[in-house]
Ligand binder design. Structure first.
Ligand code: NAG
Ligand code: NAG
Length: 420
């Protein structure tokens, strides 16, 4: 119930922002896709913090990053939160790349400098570690005693850009931040890792896909290295008006931040850079074992990519996208088509034995960092296994995990962000 309330608050904020944009045009509209994610994360953090006393972990700024030009949008130092491992987890390292949308224009990147997504000046000095970051075995059975790191996101291009705009005093240094952070963690003991696991949700889930093989190459062959992308399967989909909202947005992110410099050559040799920022054109070619965790009806994508206000000027999707029980049959069919695109996008990927999948038919976004979806008495299940168990079984090669749900509405274990 609490989540439903937060969802509605969030929706109201989004709707107000969009209405303002429609009335006025530029600034509010342009920063909208990233604003969506700000609100989402804020509300979830607040909801989680209210629920139970949790492990709070302090922010460390990366001093060595400055000399490498590895800085946030506003030039401040990047940062991370690290909670040390012990016992059987003492030499195991889990990295979680924070998400939070992207910025695609000078204007909305300048706005982002005034937030924690673009400047460490505004980052929380400590964050709760829940879900796969939890230190409690009953909340996080396989990774609780690992070294667990949350790397903050302050570049606006999924840790992958490398350029600057002097006139606007913007640094686009996602790739450098990624590398400087890994250097720092290596010096803090990660170089001795026998197991390493790169994860991330949303824009961080995309980053996990983009950086997975680079991460693998930082370790000796004797280290077990795998990656998890949670809610990172952003599809190059047609929106409800027949346009390409997310593709147009990504084109701005990629060109402004010169992301193409860091995209895989195996993709760029046959597709344009914007296409190579879409995971559907990347995942089958990632060499390192990877797990894709995604809701087939990803709530963020429904809201921001499929039926944003700009593609639905008369608000015909407002009721449906806020409460899918109110969708009519043609809207449900549209969402089922989206699920089919999702399944097509992971089909080659899923053929490889090394990979894992958990694609549930829920209206959710980011299921690994929230305790209620990662591992709880009533958390989402596929094949009777919770997400934490599925990811752990796959990571430790206990059993293969290739779990794809039947189509909506067959799953009654979902924690949907929209009310039923
Ligand atoms: C748009 O914004 C400008 C400045 O922020 C304001 O002066 C103007 O009245 C706004 N226009 C509308 C239609 O709201
Ligand atoms: C569903 O709703 C949309 C938007 O209001 C409308 O255009 C469409 O005709 C409706 N479809 C059915 C089958 O009622």
């Amino acid at each position: 119930m609490k989540h439903v309330v937060w969802w509605w608050l969030w929706l109201v904020v989004v709707t107000v922002a969009l209405a303002a944009a429609d009335a006025n045009g530029s600034q509010k509209y342009e920063k909208q896709p990233s604003s969506l994610e700000f609100q989402f994360a804020d509300k979830e953090d607040a909801a989680a913090a209210a629920a139970a006393p949790e492990l709070m972990v302090g922010l460390t700024l990366i001093d060595s990053a400055a000399s490498k030009g590895a800085v946030c949008l506003d030039g401040t130092l990047p940062g991370y939160h690290l909670h040390g491992g012990y016992g059987s987890g003492a030499n195991s390292w889990l990295i979680q790349l924070e998400g939070g949308g992207w910025c695609n224009t000078i204007k909305n990147c300048v706005f982002r400098k005034t937030t924690r997504r673009g400047s460490s000046k505004y980052m929380e000095k400590q964050l709760p570690f829940t879900g796969l970051l939890s230190n409690k075995p009953q909340q996080n059975p396989d990774f609780f005693n690992w070294n667990r790191v949350k790397l903050r996101y302050c570049d606006g291009a999924s840790f992958s850009g490398d350029s600057q705009n002097e006139a606007a005093q913007l640094q686009f240094r996602g790739q450098r931040i990624w590398l400087a952070a890994m250097d720092e963690l290596m010096s803090k003991g990660m170089q001795k890792a026998d197991k390493a696991f790169l994860s991330g949700c949303s824009a961080g889930g995309l980053a996990s896909i983009l950086h997975c093989d680079e991460f693998r190459d930082m370790f000796p062959e004797t280290t077990t290295v795998k990656c998890l992308s949670d809610a990172g399967m952003f599809l190059d989909a047609t929106d409800v008006s027949g346009g390409h909202t997310l593709r147009n947005f990504y084109a701005g992110v990629v060109s402004l931040q010169e992301v193409q410099k860091n995209l895989p050559k195996t993709c760029l040799d046959h597709l344009d850079p914007t296409s190579c920022f879409f995971p559907q054109n990347l995942v089958a070619n990632v060499k390192t074992p990877m797990f894709l965790l995604n809701a087939a009806y990803d709530a963020w994508q429904v809201q921001a990519s499929l039926a944003p206000r700009s593609a639905d000027p008369h608000g015909e999707w407002n009721e449906c996208k806020g409460n899918y029980a109110l969708c009519n049959s043609s809207q449900i069919q549209f969402l089922q088509d989206f699920r089919n695109q999702m399944l097509n996008a992971v089909s080659d990927f899923s053929k490889s034995n090394k990979n894992g999948l958990f694609i549930n038919s829920c209206f959710a976004h980011c299921q690994s960092e929230r305790q209620d979806t990662w591992f709880a008495d009533d958390s989402p299940l596929l094949g009777n296994r919770a997400i934490a168990v599925s990811v752990g079984d796959w990571y430790f090669d206990r059993v293969p995990v290739k779990a794809i749900d039947c189509a909506y509405p067959c799953d009654n274990t979902c924690h949907n962000l929209m009310s039923k």
